[in-house]
Design a protein. Structure first.
Lengths: 502, 496
């Protein structure tokens, strides 16, 4: 039974999606509850995975390894370690809650939930695949439902947002495909197996491609693919548009899970397989992280649209991840992956809260509210918690991971880290300033009868808040899960780098 | 070369003879049918093709042989293409059975002409002598002209046929000139003997390049490669849609077959069945074809972006796909050719599928304009979903076989080494460009008018069955060990 946990956790949602396709479209509740059941079951399996995961063992666990397309040595190879486990927990958790924030989706609900569940399978597959070909299939499969989810249920500029997202990501993917093929042919016998590729890292580092160091060429090809997903400046322009136009639940998924696939890709493939190129590119990566932090915060500060502000805050927060993971220290690496998880939960809250107020006021103009704290005290309280988590208040989970990123990066990139701390100030500024404009001051008479947040919405937010507070006070359980693998990853990169003369 | 030897060859010619028999019977049977019952010939044609496929199946295991004094070859390579062509023809005839374009007219000879076209392609993919190549190519071309102009009173269809004839005659004339030069240079018509002569190194490289370019004009016209593509959009738009669908997959595949066979054997040295095979020194045709491929896919994709008629859009997209397939010809070793075979088979399914959707929509709503597709995804959910699968497959996105097909092509190019990485780059970026126009169709179907109608559009049951036959292999055909890739790899075996 335990041998197929990863297959289960990946394919349960899409099975739910297929069942939904056979439910008549009038039976709305049946459709919704099937979606709930599928994601709940997936969440349950992810807990079982957590329960049977051996945290003392930093290597791959729960392996499923079969030959798939023998003619090309393509394998069905899944497994998890301390890097993927946080993501394997995050994905079903956010998806499950996002189903509830999709409850009131207008029109064509059947298609919506089917596509949603297909998207869920695609994301989960990326986090458990250890065969590059399989990884790539899941990576791409996720694009198709996302295109429809944004394009059909999105805001006024949905078509433009959807095709821009699609074109950008596909452009990145095709370069990644080229990098993947170059890796495949760099070894004899040819393989997509990430573990074999990792162990052969020194050999790959010696090869030449187009007269240049193969590792560097492949690193740059993969870099574009992953950087567009993260997104790293200047590849970020699809993000504000897609996040703003997508329906609430899809923005939650986009920011909460999809962005993590980019940094996960770096840590899963580029870092261990191409360590020499990674060290070669560490400084530029840290600088790009700094740009993300400062630029994201400044852009967020300038926004008038609340959702756009939250979207730019994602660029800001992913900057911390980039800074932490480019430092190649244990603290930085742990901080980066922990920040990936925390950003997932925090940004999910932020987008859901924006959705709550948008459903009532039908606009998201930050200056268009004013003084509504008196009318909706519970909502104001939850927003305060989420906003503080977003700005990294001590006692909430975001603080721990951001602090770890800085601690890890400081000895390596001292000046960059000092400048990056400026980002924290800006970060606090845009959150506090927007909070003040929306909730304080004289009550805008238009919102005399503003409705309080309802039970269903609270139910989607409370679990996230609990996780954010718990990990803020007691982060050890999560850090224990991943530190073994991540410390090993740091060692791998450093040893290989030393051999290559860094 | 005596008569007994020719007679002995007949036993390797059974599928073609069966097909000829069915054609003869169909012609006679058609005389006794009234216009309203003439569609029975269509059923008969499908049966004939199925029997032919059965005979092809019985031929497996026969080692590569030359037949009819080595004018034709029976080898794995030809057989693979025969399967593709015959299946494609059966599907195209099925599509023709209920289309409004052909309603209220005699369709007996329509189906008979398709069968003759199939016979021509069977000969073309196995031809190994310049005369048999030329005759088979003309047989294919003339049937195509007739079919493109089948809607006699429709001026668009007439225009299609005339344009097709003029371009076709012109390019086959150029090719014939190339063939005659080649004959003059080598003194033989057998392509394997031509290879021996050319490899001896007596022919000047300038002449060789001239011959190669002249021949490319003829073959390039059949596969609609740029700059021999100008006929494609007009012919595809004017011809009856099932014929357009068929012309876009089968003669194109057959054109690739003869192109590969000719270049791989005549303009090379060494046995094409072994890895030691090399392109002829002094004639860098892989580079010529690489440039042709890059131009073809780019022109096809860029021109497709601005089309508003679905058939024209698919015509330009088929030009782009010829460009992708040419990438495999550039590599032209075992992996490259296997990738082309795989691509040809998958392309047959996805392109027939896309045209089939266009046929159905034309039947029901009488439109070919993309803007009029608005809301169709909701009015006809099954058609919409199938179209999504075909569009994703044509773009080359997983989880469709279209992705796997492209993946094999790029795999062959990357394996080749640094030399053609630029072409792989070209192909990949072109894939991104193509996404834009394929998605325009889906955007119209799903995004432009999100209204769920009271009543869904009703489609004939047998059309739903056909759609299912086209969609399912694209989605799951490759997921379980990918038998087609194994078959394609084994089929790269030339009679030499």
């Amino acid at each position: 039974m335990s041998a197929h946990l990863l297959t289960l956790v990946t394919f349960i949602p899409v099975l739910g999606g297929i069942i939904i396709a056979f439910i008549p479209r009038e039976k709305l509740d049946a459709i919704r509850w099937t979606a709930v059941a599928a994601t709940a079951l997936q969440l349950l399996v992810s807990f079982v995975i957590l329960g049977s995961y051996d945290r003392m063992n930093p290597d791959i666990q729960m392996v499923e390894h079969y030959s798939w397309i023998p003619a090309f040595n393509i394998e069905y190879f899944m497994g998890i370690d301390g890097l993927s486990l946080p993501m394997v927990l995050l994905t079903p958790f956010i998806s499950f809650l996002a189903i509830f924030s999709s409850w009131k989706i207008p029109k064509a609900q059947k298609g919506y939930f089917s596509l949603f569940l297909l998207l869920d399978t695609g994301m989960m597959g990326v986090f458990v695949s250890l065969d590059f070909f399989l990884f790539y299939i899941f990576w791409e499969v996720m694009l198709l439902p996302m295109y429809f989810l944004i394009g059909m249920w999105g805001g006024p500029k949905k078509e433009y947002a959807a095709i821009k997202f699609f074109l950008y990501t596909l452009f990145g993917s095709v370069l990644m495909l080229l990098g993947m093929l170059a890796l495949y042919f760099s070894l004899e016998p040819h393989t997509f197996n990430m573990l074999i590729l990792r162990d052969a890292a020194p050999e790959i580092g010696q090869k030449l491609l187009l007269g240049m160091n193969a590792a560097k060429v492949i690193f740059m090809l993969l870099f574009v693919g992953f950087a567009i997903k993260v997104p790293i400046f200047p590849f970020h322009t699809w993000l504000p548009l897609a996040h703003v136009e997508a329906p609430t639940a899809i923005s939650v998924i986009l920011a909460g899970i999809l962005l993590k696939m980019g940094t996960y890709g770096f840590l899963r493939i580029s870092w261990p397989v191409l360590p020499s190129a990674t060290l070669w590119f560490a400084l530029p990566m840290a600088i790009l992280g700094l740009i993300n932090i400062i630029y994201g915060a400044m852009a967020a500060l300038a926004q008038k649209d609340l959702k756009k502000m939250v979207a730019y805050s994602s660029i800001n927060h992913m900057g911390y991840v980039l800074l932490g993971m480019s430092a190649m220290t244990a603290a930085g690496m742990n901080g980066a992956v922990f920040q990936m998880f925390n950003h997932g939960t925090i940004t999910a809250m932020l987008f859901m809260l924006v959705g709550v107020v948008y459903d009532r006021a039908h606009h998201r103009d930050i200056d268009g509210f004013g003084g509504i704290a008196a009318k909706v005290p519970i909502y104001a309280g939850v927003v305060a918690l989420a906003w503080f988590a977003g700005l990294g208040l001590p006692g909430l989970s975001g603080f721990i991971s951001e602090a770890l990123c800085f601690i890890g990066a400081f000895p390596v990139f001292t000046w960059i880290t000092i400048f990056a701390t400026l980002g924290i100030v800006l970060n606090a500024a845009y959150f506090l300033w927007s909070y003040q404009r929306i909730f304080f001051g004289p009550l805008n008479p238009k919102y005399e009868n503003l409705e309080e947040i309802n039970k269903r919405e609270l139910w989607t937010l409370v679990p996230l808040a609990v996780v954010v507070i718990f990990l803020g006070i007691y982060p050890a359980p999560m850090l224990d899960l991943m530190s073994g693998t991540l410390n090993q990853l740091v060692d791998i990169v450093k040893t290989a780098g030393m051999m290559a003369g860094f | 070369m005596d008569l007994t030897q020719l007679a002995l060859s007949l036993k390797y010619f059974i599928p073609e003879m069966v097909l000829t028999g069915f054609i003869a019977i169909a012609i006679i049977y058609d005389l006794f049918l009234k216009p309203e019952t003439s569609h029975r010939i269509g059923f008969m044609a499908i049966v004939g093709l199925l029997v032919t496929l059965g005979m092809l199946y019985l031929q497996q295991g026969i080692p590569a042989t030359g037949i009819f004094a080595n004018m034709f070859a029976l080898d794995g390579f030809a057989t693979f293409f025969k399967w593709v062509v015959a299946i494609g023809a059966a599907l195209a005839i099925w599509m023709s059975l209920d289309t409004n374009e052909l309603a209220n007219r005699r369709v007996g000879e329509y189906h008979i002409l398709i069968l003759i076209l199939v016979l021509g392609m069977f000969l073309l993919v196995s031809a190994t002598h310049i005369i048999s190549i030329y005759l088979a190519l003309e047989m294919v071309s003339i049937m195509s002209y007739l079919l493109a102009g089948y809607l006699k009173e429709n001026s668009r269809s007439n225009e299609a046929s005339i344009k097709y004839v003029i371009y076709g005659a012109f390019s086959s004339g150029i090719m014939l000139y190339g063939l005659s030069l080649l004959y003059g240079l080598t003194g033989t018509g057998y392509i394997s003997e031509i290879q021996t002569q050319l490899a001896a190194g007596q022919v000047s490289p300038v002449m060789l390049i001239l011959v190669a370019v002249l021949l490319l004009a003829g073959f390039g016209y059949k596969i609609s490669a740029v700059p021999f593509h100008f006929w494609t959009p007009d012919v595809y738009e004017g011809a009856p849609t099932p014929i357009t669908a068929f012309l876009s997959v089968a003669p194109k595949a057959a054109g690739f077959a003869v192109l590969i066979r000719f270049f791989n054997i005549a303009f090379s040295q060494g046995d094409p069945n072994t890895p030691s095979w090399l392109a002829l020194p002094g004639l860098d045709w892989p580079m010529i074809i690489a440039v042709l491929s890059a131009i073809t896919m780019t022109v096809g994709n860029v021109l497709a972006i601005q089309q508003n008629n679905v058939k024209r859009l698919l015509a330009y997209s088929s030009i782009a796909h010829a460009g992708y397939m040419l990438m495999g010809v550039v590599v032209a070793d075992q992996t490259g050719i296997a990738a082309i075979l795989y691509y040809a088979a998958v392309y047959m399914l996805m392109n027939l599928g896309a045209f089939f959707v266009a046929i159905q929509i034309k039947n029901i709503y009488n439109t070919e304009t993309i803007a009029d597709y608005a809301g169709l995804g909701f009015k006809a959910p099954w058609i919409g979903m199938s179209m999504a699968v075909f569009m994703f497959a044509l773009t080359g996105l997983p989880p469709t076989a279209g992705f796997v097909a492209k993946f094999y092509l790029f795999r062959a190019l990357v394996q080749f080494g640094d030399g053609f990485l630029w072409l792989a780059m070209f192909g990949l970026i072109n894939g991104v460009v193509s996404l834009f126009y394929y998605m325009r169709i889906l955007k119209a179907m799903y995004f432009d008018k999100m209204e769920i109608p009271e009543k869904l559009t009703v489609v004939p049951v047998h059309f739903n069955v056909l759609m299912f036959i086209l969609v399912v292999p694209l989605l799951v055909g490759w997921m379980f060990g990918d038998p087609l890739s194994t078959w394609a790899a084994e089929a790269v075996q030339f009679f030499f």
